[in-house]
Design a protein around this ligand. Structure first.
Ligand code: ADP
Ligand code: MG
Length: 285
């Protein structure tokens, strides 16, 4: 089914950054396991680990070594993506991170066009995938800007606690600036609630707050007016926290766990969203 939709049409690559400037909200867990779930469905998936902490690389069993070619070499030493990319499973490819990436911010400081290096590397890359995911670091620095200029979609992960929406407006402001100045194709297309405790009132309330917040902007022309709050909630599941230390996605580590079920279901929703776009707002304003 590679590079074909279920109706047999060729589909173009979806390029998605997994974003939130906060740490510990499920970005890496989602990038790895949603990617793995789509790969399991037969789609060709490439994950770029843009976080110097290299959690996504470790999660997929790639231990960053000093001599290893990584995204650092692509961004700072002008190597092609293919030099760093490796296959980590059926249909699943990884461009790993490296501790050196922490220095990239400083090393790129004087470089003209430093925010668009990844975009240009992707354009030069002959290899095509159905999905490209970029796992962003928990900051809004030059690495994240490289992600946001390279992709055309953003999925924001949120952990539904009482400060979940705090920081969201700052994030959206940054996205708006990037759209205006660097990448006018960029849209926030999905919100994913992670570490969801279905039994708590708080989780339900955060979900409702989000629905309300985004419903109110449907009629506005802004980069998040067409966002989909995914119905699949990623439940809190200890298996998801264990899987990284075995270097395996949840689908390999615990294929029948609630975590694996949730990411498979999210993958279905992501696929369905592509074939049935959200209808435009009926608001006349
Ligand atoms: P981020 O990339 O945003 O910093 P992570 O995906 O690394 O966040 O998640 C933070 C921590 O929470 C990690 O230890 C991860 O294994 C764990 N975790 C993520 N999602 C879940 C979940 N649904 N249930 C339990 N633990 C989770
Ligand atoms: Mg992370």
């Amino acid at each position: 089914m590679r590079r074909e939709s279920e109706r047999g049409h060729a589909v173009s690559m979806r390029q998605i950054a997994i974003l939130n400037q906060k740490g510990g909200v499920g970005k890496t867990t989602t990038a790895v396991n949603l990617g793995a779930a789509l790969a399991e469905r037969g789609y060709r998936v490439c994950l770029i680990d843009l976080d110097p902490q290299a959690h996504a690389s470790l999660h997929l069993g790639v231990e960053p070594r000093p001599e290893m070619t990584s995204i650092y070499d692509v961004l700072v030493r002008d190597l092609p993506l293919a030099a760093a990319r490796r296959q980590v499973g059926p249909n699943l490819f990884l461009v790993p991170s490296h501790l050196d990436l922490a220095a990239a911010e400083v090393e790129l400081a004087g470089v003209v066009g430093r925010e668009v290096i990844l975009r240009d590397k992707l354009r030069e890359d002959p290899e095509k995938f159905d999905f490209l995911f970029v796992d962003c670091p928990p900051s809004l620095g030059v690495l994240t800007l490289n992600a946001l200029t390279a992709v055309n979609e953003i999925f924001i992960t949120l952990q539904p606690h009482f400060l979940a929406l705090h920081g969201l407006s700052k994030l959206l402001q940054t996205i708006e600036l990037v759209v205006r100045r660097l990448n006018n194709r960029l849209r926030v297309s999905g919100i994913i609630l992670c570490m969801y405790d279905g039994n708590t009132r708080l989780a339900a309330e955060v979900g409702e707050d989000l629905e309300r917040f985004f419903r109110n902007v449907r009629s506005h022309r802004c980069p998040w007016s067409q966002v989909r709050i995914f119905q699949t909630r990623i439940r809190r599941n200890i298996r998801l926290a264990e899987a990284p230390s075995f270097g395996k996605s949840i689908l390999e580590y615990a294929p029948d766990s609630p975590g694996a079920q949730d990411y498979r279901q999210l993958a279905e929703e992501v696929l369905a969203a592509a074939t049935s776009p959200i209808p435009p707002s009926t608001d006349s304003s």
